[in-house]
Design a binder for this molecule. Structure first.
Ligand code: GDP
Length: 364
């Protein structure tokens, strides 16, 4: 599955947020109770109103949302790249994630100690980013040494690696993260193999006080500006509120949200933003038994998309019958869409689109 690592300085609200994420009613209702893989790893349902709509039309007995994984990566402090705190272990945990949700303290509270002694989320973001950049530089220098011999011997892959490594090292030395480097299609594979921490997409999570959840505050506005300049994403959330909401049932939660002037739980926005950040999209399978959402990266061809359900679907793929979400809902279901000529037969080359309702035909 796809994993987002939650990072941030100590005392910014990471654990509060993680607990809320993994205990939320949506996670529970998802037919797969929040499963503790490890104490700091949780799976959450990706909220998607389209799935409920499809289930309603088809009269599906069960609704099974797609899910994504969050990892609470505590202990990242200044000096982590030099092994301070629990440095190396945590850097290794981040390396395994597909994206980073960076929690920033945007709330003032004299009772909660700030490790740097002041509330300044933009500066905090730089502290963490600097550690990650230093860790990347370390690993790049090690790699460069390791391939010296191969490069001299004219090994093509090693030469390509060296060129990439030198390019990204120059960016890091100029204070820019690896994600600022533009990578060509030809280099994409080699680039991924480098597994650089600052190459991962970042979502800034502004943790504001309870009464600021709707509008944010000056701190979160500064973060939003920084995120925009970096081409990163940001969301405003109150971890405290989310923690409270996670203990309510769906109706109570809705009432609580409207009292606060919020349209949607912050966690829902966070999960959706994480999903988008990862370049993911959803297709559906819909029948009387269940309506289910499945996650694929954008640009996935039909056989590979089928493989997410079962390996046999991919190996024995014949074709897919596809109805776009809007057609399915607009026309009132599968049969009506079919009658209107909106069910398409698609072959191996079909690139699945977000919202497609899919039916796969395959040789067992
Ligand atoms: P972590 O070290 O980043 O995991 O931070 P925690 O989630 O443990 O939170 C540190 C402290 O800050 C706890 O006492 C939380 O209750 C408190 N806290 C978290 N979010 C908020 C918030 O939005 N407002 C206030 N006032 N306190 C918060």
């Amino acid at each position: 599955g796809f994993k987002t690592g939650i990072v941030g300085l100590p005392n910014v609200g990471k654990s509060t947020l993680f607990n809320a994420l993994t205990r939320t009613a949506a996670a529970q209702a998802a037919n797969f109770p929040f499963c503790t893989i490890e104490p700091n790893v949780g799976e959450v349902a990706v909220p998607d109103a389209r799935l409920d709509k499809l289930a309603e039309i088809a009269g599906s007995k069960a609704i099974i949302p797609t899910r994504m994984t969050f990892v609470d990566i505590a202990g990242l402090v200044k000096g982590a790249s030099k092994g301070e705190g629990l440095g190396n272990q945590f850097l290794a945990n981040i390396r395994e994630c597909d994206a980073i949700a960076h929690v920033l303290r945007c709330f003032e509270d004299g009772d909660v100690t700030h490790v740097e002694g002041r509330v300044d989320p933009v500066a905090d973001a730089e502290v963490i980013e600097t550690e990650l950049m230093l860790a990347d530089m370390d690993s790049i220098e090690r790699r460069l040494q390791n391939i010296v011999r191969k490069v001299r011997g004219g090994d093509k892959e090693a030469v390509q690696q060296e060129r990439l490594l030198k390019e990204v090292l120059a960016a890091l030395e100029a204070g820019r993260p690896a994600r600022s480097v533009e990578v060509t299609e030809d280099d994409a594979k080699a680039w991924e193999m480098l597994q650089l921490l600052t190459a991962k997409p970042v979502l800034y999570v502004c943790n504001v006080a309870e009464d600021e959840a709707a509008e944010g505050n000056a701190h979160s506005a500064a973060v939003a500006k920084m995120a925009e300049e970096q081409g990163a994403a940001s969301v405003v959330i109150s971890a405290r509120i989310e923690e409270e909401i996670s203990q309510l049932d769906a109706d109570e939660a809705e009432m609580f949200l409207s009292e606060l002037g919020l349209e949607e739980a912050g966690l829902d926005r966070l999960i959706k933003a994480g999903y988008k950040l990862l370049g993911l999209q959803t297709y559906f399978t819909v029948g009387p038994k269940e309506a289910r959402a499945w996650t694929i990266p954008q640009g996935t061809p039909a056989p590979k998309a089928a493989g997410v359900i079962h390996g046999d679907f991919e190996r024995g793929f014949i074709r897919a019958e596809t109805i776009a979400y809007d057609d399915y809902v607009g026309l009132g279901g599968e049969q009506a869409a079919k009658d209107a000529g909106k069910m398409r037969a698609e072959g191996k080359g079909y690139i699945v689109r977000d919202g497609d309702v899919m039916h796969f035909l395959f040789n067992a």
